[in-house]
Write a new protein. Structure first.
Length: 67
């Protein structure tokens, strides 16, 4: 339970917050939609469904920009 509190605190402090449904452009100029914001041992990652491929990919928040 304390792990989820840490995650929530980090997301609140993170200046680049993403929410499910946000439209984003990736570091390689591909447009997609945020489908999940998650955290693992390496930190926060954003799962994006790209418009050009019917798959989901995980990105570091600094590799995405809100449209």
């Amino acid at each position: 339970m304390s792990e989820s509190k840490k995650t929530g605190s980090f997301l609140q402090r993170n200046e680049r917050q993403f929410e499910v449904g946000d439209r984003v452009v990736t570091c390689n100029q591909t447009i997609g939609t945020v489908v999940r914001v998650d955290c693992d041992n390496n930190g926060v990652f954003i799962v994006v469904r790209l418009d050009v491929l019917p798959r989901e990919f995980a990105y570091d928040p600094c590799d995405l920009k809100l449209i």
